[in-house]
Every structure is written in structure tokens, then in C-alpha cells.
Design a protein around this ligand. Structure first.
Ligand SMILES: Cc1ncc(COP(=O)(O)O)c(C=O)c1O
Length: 389
């Protein structure tokens, strides 16, 4: 009856437990609207602009909205014009359009591992394959272009910077190697930079927006940039060798025209929402930075928990001694302490021993959850150390 593009879902043990034991402290939250951040009360007032009453379909998006997005990049010194911007309903939709644009059924994208777990589902829904390349543990989970193996059927390489959940960015030397690889293989480069505006370190980094050297799609959106996932606005910045980028853009416009999925009132309001949303972006940036500091302080009491320093983003990764499996640990924390944490295997880390903590959460939740985690592990380490155990 059903296509193989949609799996029949069997919830794992931890997901099943979430309904039996709703967490008191949820350290998996990635929804910025539910963590007590201050949003200006009139932030969405521009949606009531009467211009939204008239429907003027525009496949790539209204020019005023595209100009406002291009301006975000130009403000960072990046060479991006409104003609290179295509609006979508979300970053997820951008991925789906790119799979339609680039792949025949059975072809696919190379995606980093560990990273955002939705790639496989998004690609599979387009009858496409997911190929993986490692972000090696030895490099602190940073891209090493030499480790990207050549596979039959690859049409694009996805980089996520800062990566979710490791918070790593593409090291400067690897950037050139990656672009050269894409050119040589005829692959497109898809750079997911949804967390770009949330740096957590001073390490050098460079956006791919406007990259002229190979066909490049940089993805961004309101859900992270100004903490408004409910507005359903994302975008792609298309660049590369002129003819190729132009051809890609007009084909994307054709695809977008078959859906016209971005609501007119949202597009009309976009310039104003981007400007008002600056306050939210700052609020989120301050929250994640302060939580990273708090995390470091709390970890001082539990030296067996090791933080992998993030360079940006909304999450942090902890390495813990392998005295218990990730699944047993997160289930025990949920059941006994009411704390929800993501196990590393959700993000395809190369082995056991990782947890992912959201830095978006209220600070008191973070402190409570880390103490519960530290004490639980302390107990396990002590029982391992007992004679005869
Ligand atoms: C790396 C990454 N890309 C894309 C998305 C999805 O963004 P959107 O809400 O715009 O679809 C997420 C959501 O968490 C993400 O972590």
C-alpha cells in the first residue's frame, strides 16, 4: 500500500519512555519559542500589513523580501544580490527542492556524520540516497576533505557550519580542498548555515554564500536566525560559475513555482521582521553563550564529563566514560531524575559515549540536568570501582 520512501516508524526505547515519563527538565529543546526568551510583543505586527491582502505569486519570492535577505549577507561583506536568493518555506523544503533539482532517483548527497539526523529522511522522501562522510573524531569532528570518499551516484556534498550538534565549522584550509573536490567531481556544494549567526568561539570561519568557484547553495532561514520557526520562511543563496548558477536558479524557480509555498503576508513582512528580530537573535546569542559558560562551571564538579568545545550553534556535546550505554543512561535519567538528554547515537557519532545538550534551555534547567547527569554517572563509576564488580 505505501511507498518505501516513508518508513513505518517504530519508536526507540527512549522515545517510548518520553510518553510514560514526561521530562521535568528537557535538555533536548531546540524550539526557541518555548524556553522563556524575551520576544518583542509586537514582533509579528508586520504580518497584518494590508499589502498581504493582494496575491502576487512570485516563484522565487517577492523582490522586497529577497532584497532584505541579500542585505543580510552584504552586511557581512559577502557578494550576494537579490537575484541569487530563492525563498522557501523552510530549510527542510530547501533540501527537498535541491534533491529534486540535482538527483535522479537512486542518486544522492554526501552528508556529514555525526550531524543533523533529518537528512536521511528528507532524501529518502525524494527517492534519493544518503551517502556519509566522516567528521573524524581526531579532528574534533571537523571536516577533513581528504576523508570524503568518491562514491557512485553522488550529486552534492552537504556541509553544516556550525554543525548540529558538534558546533564545528569548516577549517579554513579544508574549504579550498572541498571546493576543489566539488569542481573536479562536478558535485554541487550545499552549505547549511542556519546557525551561522550564533558563534561561540573566536575561531576563524568563512561563509560559503556567494562562492563563485563551484555550484553552491547556502541555506538559511527564520527558524534559527530570529527564532521564529512558526513563520515558515527559509532561503537559498545560489552562486557558482555564472552560466551554471543561472541554469540552476531558473530550474529551482520552476520547481518553486509548482508549490508557491511561502505565504504572501510573511513575504511582505519579512524586511521588517528581520529588523525587529535582531533583538531575538541577540537574546538567543546571549542565552547560548551564558549557558556554555554555565556548563563549563558545572562540569568542574564532574571531571569525568568532557565537553567538546563548540565553535557555534545551539548545542554542546559531552563525552562520558563508557560505564553505561547511551540508551541506558538517557532512560535512567528520564525515569529517575525527570531529565531528558539526547544520546549521541541519534546523531550517528562513531561510537558510544556521547550526549547532546541544548544550550537554548533556561539556565536553571541546565544546572539541574547536569547535576543529575553528573551524580548518576558518579554512582556508576563508584559501583564499577567496587571490588568484584
Ligand atoms: C542543521 C539544520 N538544518 C536545518 C534545520 C531545519 O531548519 P528549518 O526549521 O528551517 O527547516 C535544522 C533544525 O534544527 C538544523 O539543525
Amino acid at each position: 500500500m505505501f511507498s518505501s520512501r516513508v518508513p513505518s516508524l517504530v519508536p526507540n526505547r527512549w522515545s517510548q519512555m518520553l510518553s510514560a515519563f514526561p521530562p521535568r527538565v528537557d535538555l533536548t529543546v531546540s524550539n526557541p519559542t518555548l524556553v522563556g526568551l524575551p520576544y518583542p510583543p509586537d514582533l509579528l505586527a508586520p504580518l497584518a500589513d494590508p499589502r498581504g491582502m493582494a496575491y502576487h505569486p512570485a516563484s522565487a519570492g517577492l523582490s522586497s523580501a529577497r532584497e532584505a535577505v541579500a542585505q543580510l549577507y552584504r552586511a557581512q561583506g559577502l557578494p550576494v544580490s537579490p537575484e541569487q536568493i530563492l525563498l522557501t518555506a523552510s530549510t527542510s523544503e530547501s533540501y527537498s527542492l535541491l534533491a529534486k533539482l540535482l538527483c535522479e532517483p537512486g542518486e544522492g548527497f554526501l552528508v556529514p556524520q555525526p550531524s543533523y539526523p533529518l537528512f536521511e529522511h528528507l532524501l529518502r522522501a525524494e527517492s534519493c540516497q544518503t551517502f556519509f562522510y566522516p567528521l573524524p573524531e581526531e579532528t574534533g569532528f571537523r571536516l577533513d576533505a581528504a576523508r570524503i570518499s568518491l562514491r557512485e551516484g553522488v550529486k552534492a556534498v552537504v556541509v553544516v557550519q556550525p554543525n548540529n550538534p558538534t558546533g564545528t565549522v569548516v577549517p579554513p584550509g579544508e574549504r579550498e580542498a572541498l571546493v576543489a573536490l566539488c569542481r573536479q567531481r562536478g558535485w554541487a556544494l550545499v552549505a547549511d548555515e542556519v546557525f551561522w549567526e550564533f558563534p561561540l568561539s573566536e575561531s576563524p570561519r568563512q561563509s560559503f554564500a556567494g562562492n563563485p568557484h563551484c555550484l553552491t547553495f547556502v541555506l538559511g532561514g527564520l527558524s534559527k536566525l530570529v527564532g521564529l520557526p512558526q513563520l515558515k520562511v527559509g532561503w537559498m543563496v545560489v552562486s557558482g560559475p555564472e552560466e551554471l548558477a543561472g541554469e540552476a536558479f531558473s530550474r529551482l524557480e520552476f520547481l518553486a513555482d509548482t508549490y508557491l509555498s511561502v505565504a504572501t503576508p510573511t513575504q511582505e513582512a519579512l524586511p521588517e521582521i528581520l529588523s525587529r528580530g535582531l533583538a531575538v537573535r541577540q537574546g538567543i546569542g546571549e542565552r547560548v553563550k551564558a549557558n556554555l559558560q554555565l556548563l563549563k562551571q558545572e562540569l568542574a564538579a564532574f571531571p569525568f564529563l568532557q565537553l567538546l568545545e563548540p565553535e557555534g550553534g545551539w548545542s554542546a556535546v559531552l563525552r562520558f566514560p563508557r560505564v553505561v550505554s547511551e540508551e541506558d543512561l538517557v532512560c535512567e535519567l528520564l525515569e529517575k531524575s525527570g531529565v531528558a538528554l539526547y544520546p549521541g547515537f541519534f546523531f550517528d557519532f562513531p561510537h558510544e559515549g556521547f550526549l547532546v545538550v541544548s544550550l537554548l534551555v533556561p539556565p536553571e534547567h541546565l544546572a539541574f540536568g547536569l547535576t543529575a547527569l553528573g551524580r548518576t554517572l558518579e554512582g556508576k563509576l563508584a559501583s564499577c570501582a567496587e571490588p568484584g564488580s
